[in-house]
Write a protein that binds this ligand. Structure first.
Ligand SMILES: C[S@@+](CC[C@H](N)C(=O)[O-])C[C@H]1O[C@@H](n2cnc3c(N)ncnc32)[C@H](O)[C@@H]1O
Length: 272
């Protein structure tokens, strides 16, 4: 069977997904895929293609099927043990580095809570080699994925299995986190997300506020006096989180930013 013939099957699947799966199986790029339309492919490759197409039909995200996702233009390994990196989180990393520069905050030691696939910690280290980064997660499975990615990108990160801030040693200048923040009774979560991504990475009790409360209320024990806290937040939670911040850090500078869809998505707390 030729590539062209194989592509003509499964009309209900978008050509984009078929191409992505074929490029992955044949280990070729888009140009080669087009040029090789009339090339025969092996029986084993056809079987692999059919298996992956079936997983797509069962509503599995393409990132888990291919075992890869992109973050800040870099490829990361992902599987069902971790949240698929979201484009919104790229801004968390970039805005954090921008603020460090803009406010001239001396940052050396970084603590990331809930690292998942490791994208935040690894990108920060890639963008600033001087940072010394500890990244934690409660999920041993997620940490395995994060370690694969740190090795893949050749960066040195100290990964530790921890429950939020419990038993975190040392003092840090930057605390960064994209914690779970979906309300447990949220109604408008996509079916694909709900059925495939780890619930431990999605949901938070106390109306989605649990992790922000826990992190903020215990943050002084892990932060140097001069510090920056960077959060990705759910768009409905900003007001409540700011109340907690004002209570814990009454003299802090609070900066909020919106994502590309104009949702309140990032919260930065500068303690000088
Ligand atoms: C929203 S995901 C973020 C993953 C990754 N940092 C990203 O931005 O794509 C939240 C992460 O927090 C982790 N997590 C959940 N409960 C935790 C806890 N009690 N302590 C530490 N990490 C936790 C989850 O396993 C998950 O990897």
């Amino acid at each position: 069977m030729t590539i062209k013939q194989l592509k003509s099957k499964h009309q209900e699947i978008k050509p984009f997904y078929k191409n992505e799966i074929l490029k992955d199986i044949l280990n070729i790029d888009q140009k080669e895929l087009i040029l090789n339309d009339n090339k025969n492919i092996l029986k084993q490759q056809i079987e692999e293609y059919e298996t992956k197409i079936n997983r797509l039909k069962q509503n599995e995200p393409i990132q888990y099927i291919l075992g890869k996702a992109y973050f800040l233009n870099k490829e990361y390994y992902v599987d069902k043990k971790v949240l698929i990196p979201r484009p919104e989180t790229e801004y968390l990393v970039i805005e954090t580095l921008n603020l460090i520069k803009e406010y001239n905050i001396p940052i050396k030691k970084v603590l990331e809570i809930g690292t998942g696939s490791g994208i935040i910690a690894i990108s920060l280290k890639q963008l600033n080699k001087d940072l010394i980064i500890t990244a934690t997660d409660i999920s041993k499975d997620a940490l395995e994925v994060a370690k694969i990615n740190a090795t893949k990108h050749n960066v040195d990160i100290n990964f530790e299995q921890k429950d939020i801030l419990n038993d975190i040693k040392g003092k840090y200048d930057l605390l960064i986190s994209n914690p779970p923040y979906l309300k447990i009774d949220s109604k408008n979560i996509e079916k694909q997300v709900l059925e495939n991504e780890p619930h431990i990475a999605l949901f938070a009790k106390d109306n989605g506020l649990y992790y922000y409360q826990e992190i903020l209320n215990n943050s002084k024990q892990v932060l140097n006096k001069q510090n920056l806290i960077s959060f990705e937040i759910g768009e409905e939670e900003q007001e409540e989180i700011i109340k907690i911040v004002k209570n814990v850090y009454p003299n802090s500078k609070i900066i909020t930013k919106k994502d590309l869809n104009n949702f309140d998505r990032y919260l930065f707390i500068i303690n000088e």
